[in-house]
Design a protein around this ligand. Structure first.
Ligand code: NAI
Ligand code: CS2
Length: 471
């Protein structure tokens, strides 16, 4: 293995807690922190980060603190590993360890300028693009018997403190795989504030910015294999390290409440409109990922790279990208979608990542809308066929019947529906799964049901082979 090391050159003593990252997990380590590290090394700045989590992961944050908040990112592909030392962290914060008041107090502090979020699609507590006021966590936070536990509740509590302290606005930047993630975050935060205190909601609307961003880097959960590979490259264990692919992309809406951190100096692209980049990435990369996740597991594969060795499945994913998802896109200027798709397929074959299909399959009910349902709705409206997407959604239903339970906010209802005598109709009828506009489409249910029936009758391999021969 050839290893190229990039030790941190930051003056860490100069760092101030100007950025708070809520949901500091694998992706936070490997993506925004790398852009910031490179950005400060290039352009300077005192942009220190406090890493925070809410309802889990105290031990992860303690491990970071024990390592003086230093860790490594191993960018791995083939026999090469680039090892980056990341020194941007200046602290950690967790309500369970530091008290419920710690995060709101941090949000109210004068040093704080930007809040980053990687709280997963379900962390926004939204349904149909708006705050779900029936969400148990939101209801509990609004009742206020205890300190807020949802990310949205914690953000609003902090903003209320910030307003009361006479501090100015700040920027809340979502780094989650949601379309228009900035607008979604704004609707959730303002919706929660409005339900509590309309004047606070008005202050937030006037002083807090919610830029959208498209984030891309494949960062699987660490496995024993990836930990061993990092230790081999580094020459010692690093319990806080993360292994990921070399590729990274960050397209950020240029809409900050004050000075922007040097993300652009670290390679991020600041643009007026992120949407074309978001849709392209969520529908081509993530739509293919969800297809691989369910079809690949049904075929007996464990990782993305293994699933990509299945010729009919790989052909189906390529066809999904180019024939079904690409025509729904308003592509960013200068992008060749065929090249983009081939680059994605090549990235998927990276065997160093050990990217588990059952990890991608988690929270599928929160992922389907932007990855497959939205493009399918456009295909139906345009009168275009969508055979691969139909098989992919049918694989989800079949997987809910045949595979071991996979975490999903709607898991119990989904598995019960899949076990019913009308599995496709049952799954699609689970509240919050499909958008109302698609629910009324007779074509949608009939095409997915037909695909499901073919899988039952002929087996998935035969169905995928038939798709490949039909191209
Ligand atoms: P992870 O499992 O390492 O971290 C998930 C983080 O979300 C943890 O800090 C956890 O505490 C927090 N979280 C989970 N449920 C929550 C909830 N209901 N409310 C508040 N916080 C919650 O996962 P990872 O890899 O860091 O991914 C996180 C998100 O980053 C993804 O859901 C996705 O939106 C985005 N992302 C991930 C990529 C990847 O390849 N891992 C690539 C692009 C985006
Ligand atoms: C994956 C994404 O787990 C999943 O849902 O599809 O985390 C994927 O790895 C990233 O979006 C790649 O940028």
């Amino acid at each position: 293995m050839s290893v190229i090391r990039h030790p941190s050159t930051l003056d860490r003593a100069s760092l101030k807690p100007r950025i708070l990252h809520i949901g500091f997990g694998a992706f936070a380590r490997a993506h925004p922190m790398v852009y910031l590290q490179e950005g400060i090394e290039t352009a300077g700045g005192t942009w220190g980060v406090v890493a925070a989590r809410l309802n889990s992961g105290v031990e992860d944050l303690d491990r970071l603190a024990e390592a003086d908040h230093l860790y490594h990112v191993a960018e791995a592909d083939g026999d090469q590993t680039q090892l980056r030392e990341i020194g941007v962290l200046c602290g950690t914060c967790h309500p369970a360890r530091d008290g419920a008041d710690a995060l709101p107090a941090l949000i109210a502090s004068g040093d704080l300028s930007v809040i980053l979020l990687t709280i997963t699609e379900k962390g926004y507590c939204t349904s149909g693009g708006a705050l779900d006021l029936t969400h148990p966590g939101i209801r509990a936070d609004l009742e206020g018997a205890e300190a807020p536990r949802t990310a949205i509740g914690v953000l609003v509590a902090g903003l209320a403190r910030r307003r009361a302290a006479g501090q100015g606005g700040l920027t809340i930047l979502s780094c989650d795989n949601q379309p228009a993630n900035g607008r979604l975050t704004r609707r959730a935060v303002v919706g929660f504030a409005r339900a509590q205190d309309p004047e606070l909601a008005a202050w937030i609307e006037g002083t807090v910015r919610f830029p959208s961003s498209m984030v891309d880097r494949i960062v699987p959960a660490m496995t024993d294999s990836s930990r061993a590979e990092v230790a081999e490259a580094l020459g010692r264990d690093d319990a806080n390290a993360i292994l990921c692919e070399p590729f990274r992309q960050w397209v950020v809406e240029d809409d900050f409440a004050g000075e922007a951190p040097p993300f652009a100096a670290g390679g991020a692209l600041l643009v007026p409109d992120v949407e074309p980049f978001e849709d392209m990435k969520l529908r081509l990369l993530n739509g293919a990922h969800t297809t691989l996740a369910w079809a690949g597991q049904l075929l007996g594969y464990e990782t993305v790279a293994e699933a990509m060795t299945d010729v009919p499945l790989c052909a189906a994913v390529r066809r999904l990208m180019l024939a079904e998802q690409a025509p729904t896109l308003d592509l960013p200027a200068g992008v060749d979608v065929a090249d983009y798709a081939e680059d994605l397929l090549a990235r998927f074959t990276n065997t160093r990542l050990h990217h588990r299909l059952d990890q991608i399959a988690t929270d599928t009910s929160n992922k389907m809308p932007q990855r497959l349902f939205a493009p399918v709705e456009q295909s139906i409206t345009a009168g275009r066929p969508w055979p691969v997407a139909a098989v992919a959604i049918a694989c989800w239903v079949t997987g809910l019947q045949r595979l071991a339970p996979i975490a999903d906010p709607r898991q119990e209802a989904l598995r019960a529906a899949a076990a019913s005598d009308r599995p496709v109709a049952g799954v699609l009828a689970v509240p919050g799964v499909i958008p109302p506009t698609l629910a009324h489409s007779s074509e949608f249910e009939s095409e997915v049901t037909a695909a499901y029936d073919r899988i039952e009758a002929q087996g998935l391999s035969s169905v995928l082979s038939a798709l490949m021969e039909a191209t």
